[in-house]
Design a protein. Structure first.
Length: 202
């Protein structure tokens, strides 16, 4: 077991295998068989959407609750380890977690037939899709911030793109403010997503 847990790739593969085993056991236990109809694909993309969202929001909260507040406490000679190693790796998973979340969310909404209703925030179905629509729009704004504001500015702040000292400082502040914006939006966004699965706001 230690060999599996000592290697991240092996750990992830073991997690997927365990998930498949649990799926088979539950399906057989319920007498459902293995016919993969429409509801199965909806379930699959909901699971992938949640997995992606956990990666994305987990790293967003890591940046805002752990890394940013503690950077002033790190000695200057140790800060390059954060800026050159940890932050770039975390930002890779952060932005691709955001991309995977938005893509699987759109596919899930399309599979379940509420994509248009959600995009119009319930205007086409008497308000039934308002919670999921609001959640999707906040998620889309957050995704845009990640890819088109936070990431380009983080590249400057981390020295991946050569800029002057003033522009580097400005980029770091912009990235931080938009990351905080996403943290702010993540709270009502998650509320809306949960509300949509539990009878809306009523």
């Amino acid at each position: 077991m230690a060999a599996v847990l000592s290697n991240l790739r092996s750990t992830i593969i073991a997690g997927i295998v365990l998930t498949i085993i649990l799926f088979i056991v539950v399906r057989l236990g319920n007498g459902a068989g293995f016919e993969l109809a429409g509801p199965w694909f909806s379930f699959l993309f909901r699971w992938l959407h949640v997995l992606s969202g956990v990666m994305w929001i987990g790293l967003l909260w890591y940046f805002n609750f752990v890394q940013i507040p503690n950077m002033p406490n790190i000695p200057d000679d140790q800060k390059p380890a954060i800026g050159k190693v940890i932050a770039p790796a975390a930002l890779w998973w952060f932005r691709w977690g955001a991309m995977s979340t938005i893509v699987t969310g759109i596919i899930l909404a399309a599979l379940n037939g509420y994509l248009v209703d959600a995009i119009t925030i319930g205007l086409t179905d008497g308000g039934a899709s308002t919670p999921i629509g609001l959640g999707m729009w906040m998620g889309a704004i957050m995704w845009y911030n990640v890819w088109f504001v936070i990431w380009p500015n983080q590249k400057k702040a981390l020295g991946m793109v050569e800029v002057g000292a003033d522009e580097k400082a400005a980029a770091a502040r912009t990235a931080m403010l938009f990351s905080r914006t996403n943290t702010l939006l993540s709270i009502p966004m998650l509320f809306c997503m949960v509300a949509a699965q539990n009878g809306g706001f009523t």
